[in-house]
Write a protein that binds this ligand. Structure first.
Ligand SMILES: NC(=O)c1ccc[n+]([C@@H]2O[C@H](COP(=O)([O-])OP(=O)(O)OC[C@H]3O[C@@H](n4cnc5c(N)ncnc54)[C@H](O)[C@@H]3O)[C@@H](O)[C@H]2O)c1
Length: 430
């Protein structure tokens, strides 16, 4: 697959045929993020699926000035979602974060629409229905027929291949991913994902538009997990393996990553928070889509937690036990052990081992041409709240040091998981 993000096929789509009312973001005008309040009056947008993500995306689009049609297959769901959104806006007004006029204007721009057939012509459609390839494929074929040929068709998928979703669209160059993070109203990051046939003009259009929505877009190829869900895999996997091997208990590993690494949450408590089942599903999806690359192999520890129903905070127990009100029942870390592990051999140093793998994953993504180094770092800082981007971190540690650490890990745990990316030593990433 051609994965160069700069790849284009401008002959397939005339960039000047972009919807005229959205030309605030033509490629030549791309540059610094435009403050949301400077966004010009804008064109109609539709959001398909009024669940957790769709409702938030609709609110963000309406706040940027778009008229938004909101469609949901479940009868009454779009109206119910709008009512919840209205309550949320009222809370923002009560807290002084929004004026009543602004809240009324945002709400007034969103219209529940009964079905896709009843949609007005839109300049952008964002799909946020459940993560089911066949469902999305059918929906995109239907949208492509029902909407003008210039309408940009975007999916909020977190894991599916954009090219596969565009399979039955006759002009797939206008299909791309707009991967918002949860909740879309608060998370600034949006991954703009291009499939094999997505035209560069549309990627640039979407990137510029996201800036006018007050978001920070990053561009990536439709690679398994995109940027964030791919690069983050070893953050969880290394911690689980260290606990599995009996090197340290979960509380000690989490303490090291938090206190010595500066991560806002330890990897093990974070998987409990996300849900062990959800985290395992994402990891397994990346593992399957990469042809079961050992770098992404799920751990027995996590599989067993899920099999036993220990899904984390939501089920009352996971890696840690939780009290009835959902608060974590504290387990004290072994601080003496933590001090001995950090700075010791890499195989038993949770921090060095995790960082080496994060850096490796990040540089490999860049080496394959799937995203730029700058975008990878931006995505990881905004999408996961890592204290530094992994590539900047790699520069600080030294890519040669990371390569040597991985060689040590590879010798200790053969099988390919720890193979160093050629980018660590070939000078391709300065
Ligand atoms: N929840 C997250 O944290 C998150 C984050 C990023 C991306 N995503 C992705 O966003 C998408 C939506 O996720 P969600 O969490 O909002 O799901 P959700 O289950 O909360 O909402 C999906 C909505 O789509 C509706 N729907 C189902 N089939 C439909 C159809 N044919 N036409 C119109 N509406 C239909 C459902 O009735 C439901 O209201 C998924 O692809 C998911 O992977 C989710």
């Amino acid at each position: 697959m051609d994965t160069d993000p700069t790849r284009t096929d401008p002959t397939r789509t005339d960039p000047t045929s972009r919807p005229s009312t959205l030309t605030a973001s033509t490629p030549d005008e791309l540059g610094e993020a435009a403050p949301a309040e400077e966004a010009p009056p804008v064109a109609p947008v539709a959001v398909i699926g009024a669940g957790a993500m769709g409702a938030g995306i609709a609110q963000v689009a309406a706040a940027a000035g778009h008229d938004v049609s909101l469609v949901d297959a479940a009868p009454g769901a779009a109206a119910a979602s709008l009512a919840r959104l209205s309550e949320g806006l009222s809370r923002l007004v009560a807290r002084g974060r929004l004026t009543q006029e602004e809240a009324t204007a945002i709400e007034g721009r969103i219209t529940p629409v009964a079905s896709i057939d009843a949609l007005p012509d839109c300049d952008l459609v964002i799909e946020a229905v459940p993560e089911d390839l066949e469902l999305k494929r059918r929906l995109f074929a239907e949208l492509a027929l029902g909407q003008p040929s210039t309408t940009v068709l975007a999916t909020n998928t977190s894991s599916l291949d954009i090219s596969a979703i565009a399979d039955e669209v006759t002009d797939p160059e206008r299909v791309l991913g707009l991967h918002f993070f949860n909740p879309p109203t608060r998370m600034r990051l949006v991954e703009v994902v291009h499939g094999e046939l997505t035209a560069r003009a549309y990627v640039e259009f979407a990137t510029g538009l996201m800036r006018t929505w007050g978001k920070t877009p990053v561009v990536c190829a439709s690679t398994p997990g995109f940027i964030v869900n791919r690069v983050a895999r070893p953050f969880y996997g290394e911690a689980q393996r260290i606990v599995e091997a009996g090197v340290a208990d979960a509380a000690t590993v989490d303490w090291i990553l938090r206190e010595k690494g500066g991560f806002p949450m330890g990897p093990l408590e974070l998987t409990d928070f996300i849900g062990q089942d959800v985290n395992l599903a994402v990891g397994t999806s990346v593992w399957e889509q990469t042809g079961r690359d050992p770098r992404y192999a799920p751990t027995e520890l996590q599989r067993s937690l899920v099999a036993r129903g220990r899904l984390g905070r939501k089920s009352g127990s996971g890696i840690y036990p939780y009290a009835a009100d959902g608060t974590l029942v504290e387990t004290p870390p072994d601080l003496g052990l933590a001090e001995r592990l950090v700075g010791g051999p890499v195989a038993t140093d949770p921090l060095a081992r995790t960082l080496a793998m994060l850096v490796n994953e990040a540089v490999d993504l860049v080496r394959r041409g799937e995203a730029s180094a700058e975008d990878v770092d931006t995505a990881m800082v905004l999408g996961t709240r890592y204290p530094k981007g992994p590539i900047a971190w790699g520069r600080e540690i030294g890519f040669d040091v990371v390569a040597a650490q991985l060689a040590e890990l590879d010798a200790a745990f053969p099988g390919g998981r720890y193979r160093p990316s050629p980018a660590l030593t070939d000078g391709s990433i300065a």
